[in-house]
Every structure is written in structure tokens, then in C-alpha cells.
Write a protein that binds this ligand. Structure first.
Ligand code: ZN
Ligand code: ZN
Length: 109
């Protein structure tokens, strides 16, 4: 299964600066985000821009969620999908897409 091929979405300089300055930021913020869901999925597109990892499983995710024609473009803090692939594929771990996401788990894409 291929990944969703919707056009990438740029972040504003303010968004990149804000997400980069968060305490406990876990990632380097990319200025352009690509949808992480499976090709043909329903509902809005999702991409993770940042996570605040305070340890002990205390994590705040920063997902950008957007729509093709709806004008939707918003930040969401949904939990991570914890579905575990090890029964199917011991080389992979947990899914890490947003919990309840559309389409296949990340290791099946
Ligand atoms: Zn998508
Ligand atoms: Zn999943």
C-alpha cells in the first residue's frame, strides 16, 4: 500500500519557530509536512510536526490535520496509535499514527 499522495503542506515560519521552541521538543520541525496515512484514506490528512516528550510516557503530540476541499487546517493533540505489529512483523514496533486513524497501520502501508 502506498502512502497518501496529497500535496505537502507548508508550515509558516511562526509555526516552525513555535514548535521548535517547545520545552521537551523531541523532533526537528520540518517546514513542509506530508500526510502519513495510507493512500485513499477517508477523512482529513494527518502529519506529525512535533512531540513533547517529558518521559514516563507523558507525551503531547502536535499533529497537523487538514482537508483537501474543506479548508480545514488545524492542530490536534491526539494520542499515538499503540497497535503493535510484532505478531506480523518482528522488524517493526508500534504504529505511531494518530489513535483511531483511517487506513492501515503504518507498518502495513
Ligand atoms: Zn492523506
Ligand atoms: Zn495504527
Amino acid at each position: 500500500m502506498p502512502f497518501c499522495s496529497t500535496p505537502d503542506v507548508p508550515l509558516t515560519a511562526e509555526e516552525v519557530a513555535r514548535l521548535s521552541a517547545l520545552p521537551d521538543a523531541a523532533h526537528e520541525v520540518k517546514p513542509v509536512l506530508a500526510c502519513e496515512l495510507e493512500s485513499g484514506h477517508g477523512g482529513p490528512h494527518w502529519a506529525q510536526a512535533q512531540a513533547e516528550d517529558r518521559g514516563s510516557d507523558s507525551i503531547t503530540n502536535w499533529w497537523l490535520r487538514w482537508g483537501d476541499s474543506t479548508g480545514l487546517r488545524e492542530w490536534a493533540h491526539d494520542d499515538t496509535c499503540r497497535a503493535d505489529s510484532t505478531a506480523d512483523d518482528p522488524d517493526h514496533d508500534i504504529c505511531l499514527l494518530p489513535a483511531g486513524h483511517a487506513g492501515s497501520h503504518s507498518w502495513a502501508i
